[in-house]
Design a protein around this ligand. Structure first.
Ligand SMILES: [Zn+2]
Length: 717
């Protein structure tokens, strides 16, 4: 047997002397090559690169890790036996032969400028307005990306081969970390397909949370101190003198921007990112191109709500102008490029212990797991519960009862569990098993949307009934005073209320007989229920809790259809053409009214005198007139009750015009916290400035709004 074939067999074969099934095909191809070291090296290198791509770019491991390691061993052994076949871009170079001792300082070809950032939504909008003013009349598309919390680096490729990796450093010069960058498995050492002559790619070197967990388990086994966080460990690893140490730390890389490039042939950032993926780079998830700044800002908020899904740390959202031509025209200030801003959020972490994992049943039957925690102070408030979102997330993060966990509070979102610390686990710890039955009614739970959404299917489920009635009575719905959590529980327990419509059958004499319910409070409750009949169709529609139909959508729909009966008669196609509605919501609405139980409920409510249509008679919604007719309003600063698009939509619905800039023609400025230049302008021009509450009073909605779909973890049944 030739030496080449002997090395291949020794590397690939298992102890029992057979080639593992996942490697059979590649082994057959290698065997057919006979005694040609360069051909075998090329074949192995190509195969490993292909596997790396499918593993990292498509997130699809094709073969088990230990078989991957066999291929790598074959390649390394061949390169060692035939040194003339070893190339600098060989995947075997990742394992890290030590190149040099000291880090060299290298100048960046194009300076790596830092980017402007803000923690204030108001400033974010001011920035968007400024950019729109600098490019008057132009359509400006944006790209939203996660801001990864790692180490910024620049990678240089010459003729498709990685020749240098440099840290950001001071932006002008950075440390040469080429040897360590080579060890990062999702950094292509050689680009795939046709590569430009020179390509400088910038991105973030980071460590996944799951990798930190793995390393800390090893630390614990060795009796050593756990590493504190991914950010510091990344920074420490990438400057390790010995690349083998860095290689063992499982770093990753997301490409996010262009340094200098010749011959890429792309004119927008979004195209560039697509091109990077075809060249073999990994890019961060959730990235999206948006047509307007308002959309980009709204999507940024959505991304922040989804942080809990990620296996790595982020500290903000980056919004970039998509078009390179527009970027060039915007240019830079003395400090920052103008075309990009980072919208950052305050982020705080604390460690605590999971006492219990409970599931709560929402008003539409959605079952949400919640971690009950040992109370811990985070950023000035005590956190004792954290949403675990869904069964899938618990399994993915392997969060168990009794675990030490890291809990994070970021921005205004509900605290979530970032990761468990399994190195502290007791020997008898068991993986959490999601209940198969509803903890309240015992019905078998059903999985929807590919298992992500778990639901109690029993419409009679007391937990659902409780939450539906609580919601029906809440301020943003029918606004029934005195019908809170306890009163609802009492009415359900006593058997007086089995459905929403039963509320309107209650009599003072029934209610006053209930424990802890005197005659006076019974009278008040019945009066409040009576009053709710006039709440109006938009409130009623919201109160019925159709999936995806919140307060805002309910208003849009009633403004168009004027009654719930008309809405019920609308077809799915017709509904889906309404701006802000779309296919999914149209389907939810059509499904709701197709169910005879729901139409029966509405008929009964109407018989009891509950208002289902807009009339001229005054209601608590002040419907029928448009209080902002002919008025121009500008919104600025951070609002607490509305998102920017919500309040602008509300202004339009109420007959007004939402404008971006303050002028003499502006009738009102609605200012939230941290309002900046627009507030100053309003004061200078003498334009009346309103708080959110004053704005609500102006449009005749003194109750305000909330409208959160996900139940607060604080409100367990
Ligand atoms: Zn149930």
């Amino acid at each position: 047997m030739s030496e080449v074939q002997s090395i291949i067999r020794k590397s690939l074969f298992t102890e029992s002397g057979a080639v593992p099934p996942p490697l059979e095909a590649v082994y057959a191809r290698l065997a057919a090559l006979g005694d040609s070291p360069p051909a075998a090296v090329d074949l192995l290198a190509d195969e490993i690169r292909r596997l790396d791509r499918s593993y990292f770019a498509e997130n699809q491991p094709e073969i088990p890790d230990h078989d991957y390691d066999r291929l790598m061993r074959a390649l390394r052994e061949l390169e060692r036996a035939f040194p003339e076949t070893a190339r600098p871009d060989s995947p075997a170079a990742r394992v890290g032969e030590k190149l040099s001792g000291d880090r060299q300082v290298v100048a960046h070809r194009v300076p790596m400028l830092s980017i402007e950032n803000t923690y204030s939504e108001g400033e974010l909008f001011d920035y968007g307005g400024k950019i729109e003013k600098l490019l008057p009349g132009e359509k400006i598309a944006w790209v939203d990306e996660l801001k990864i919390d790692g180490v910024a680096a620049s990678l240089l490729y010459e003729n498709g081969v990685l020749t240098r990796g440099v840290t950001r450093g001071d932006g002008i010069r950075g440390d040469d970390i080429t040897d360590n960058v080579r060890t990062i498995r999702d950094v292509p050492l050689r680009l795939v397909g046709e590569a430009p002559e020179t390509l400088e790619v910038r991105g973030e070197i980071y460590m996944p949370n799951s990798e930190l967990i793995r390393l800390n388990l090893i630390q614990a086994e060795k009796g050593e101190k756990p590493f504190a966080n991914t950010r510091n460990l990344t920074a420490g690893s990438i400057k390790q003198e010995d690349p083998a140490v860095c290689a063992a730390r499982g770093l990753r890389f997301f490409a996010h921007s262009v340094g200098s490039t010749e011959g890429l042939g792309v004119s927008t950032h979004f195209e560039f990112m697509e091109r990077l993926r075809t060249l073999g780079f990994a890019t961060s998830p959730l990235m999206r191109r948006l047509e307007t700044f308002a959309d980009a800002a709204a999507y940024a908020r959505e991304m922040i709500d989804r942080l809990h899904e990620l296996d790595f740390e982020t500290d903000g959202i980056v919004l970039k102008v998509d078009d390179f031509g527009q970027r060039a025209r915007l240019g830079s200030t003395s400090k920052f490029p103008r075309w990009v801003i980072a919208y950052k959020f305050e982020k705080y972490e604390a460690e605590t212990t999971v006492r219990e994992i409970r599931v709560q049943v929402g008003k539409t039957g959605k079952v949400t797991p919640v971690a009950e925690l040992d109370p811990v102070a985070i950023a000035g408030s005590v956190v004792s519960r954290a949403s675990l979102h869904n069964a899938d997330e618990i399994a993915r993060k392997d969060i168990r009862v009794g675990d030490r966990v890291v809990v994070e509070k970021a921005g205004k979102i509900i605290p979530h569990v970032v990761r468990a610390e399994p190195e502290h686990r007791a020997a008898d710890s068991r993986a959490y098993r999601f209940p198969a039955e509803c903890p309240v009614c015992g019905a078998a739970l059903v999985k929807e949307e590919g298992g992500i959404l778990i639901r109690c299917p029993n419409v009679q489920c007391p937990a659902q009934l409780q939450r539906r009635i609580e919601f029906f009575a809440s301020k943003e719905a029918m606004n029934i005073d005195g019908l809170g959590e306890k009163a609802v529980a009492l009415l359900i327990e006593s058997g007086l209320v089995n459905s929403i419509v039963d509320l309107y059958r209650l009599r003072v004499s029934d209610v006053s007989r209930l424990p802890r319910m005197g005659k006076k409070s019974a009278e008040n409750l019945i009066a409040a229920i009576e009053k709710s009949k006039k709440a109006g169709p938009a409130r009623l529609l919201n109160a019925l809790a159709l999936r995806n139909v919140g307060e805002q959508t309910a208003r849009v729909l009633i403004a168009k259809y004027r009654s719930i009966q008309n809405l019920a008669a609308a077809t799915r196609d017709e509904l889906s053409t309404i701006p802000d509605i779309g296919g999914v919501i149209a389907e939810n609405i059509a499904d709701f009214f197709a169910d005879p139980e729901n139409t029966a409920l509405l008929d009964e409510l109407r018989e009891f005198g509950v208002k289902t249509e807009l009339t001229d008679e005054p209601s608590s919604e002040a419907e029928g007139e448009l209080p902002l007719e002919g008025k121009t309003l500008v919104v600025t600063g951070t609002l607490t009750r509305f998102s920017r698009s919500e309040i602008e939509e509300l202004i339009r619905q109420k007959g007004g015009k939402a404008s971006k800039s303050v002028s003499k023609k502006t009738d009102y400025v609605v200012a939230g916290a941290e309002a900046g230049s627009k507030l100053t302008a309003a004061r200078r021009l003498g334009v009346p400035v309103l708080t959110e509450d004053e704005f609500l009073a102006l449009i005749g909605d003194s109750e305000g709004r909330t409208g959160q779909e996900e139940p607060e973890p604080g409100k367990l049944f």
